[in-house]
Design a protein around this ligand. Structure first.
Ligand SMILES: [Zn+2]
Length: 104
């Protein structure tokens, strides 16, 4: 029965990353995520609730709650935005140095 749920989700988008789930692809395989991690489920109502998500999203969420996962993803976005901004400045600075002939 539980396996049938996973088979039925094959070919549908993962609700988190929207990539199509594919049982033949190790990263996109449909998996059951326990919305509240089983390892931390004591004293939590409805801790048995699951959602079918791709294996990569399930792996990245690990034992975080959904709220912790969102905070984690947001922190990663901020770090990436800072990295992109720094790289833009590097590119502009190097382009300027190349423009004034510093390389030759
Ligand atoms: Zn996903």
């Amino acid at each position: 029965m539980a396996q049938q749920v996973l088979i039925d989700k094959d070919g549908t988008p993962c609700p988190w990353c929207l990539q199509v789930m594919d049982r033949e692809d190790p990263k996109r395989m449909p998996t059951k995520d326990h919305l509240h991690p089983r390892s931390r489920a004591r004293h939590v109502r409805n801790s048995h609730r699951t959602l079918v998500v791709c294996s990569e999203c399930n792996f990245l969420k690990a034992d975080m709650t959904l709220r912790e996962y969102v905070v984690s993803l947001d922190a990663k976005n901020k770090a990436l935005e800072q990295f992109i901004q720094l790289n833009k400045e590097r590119i502009e600075n190097i382009a300027y140095l190349l423009k004034i002939g510093i390389e030759e």
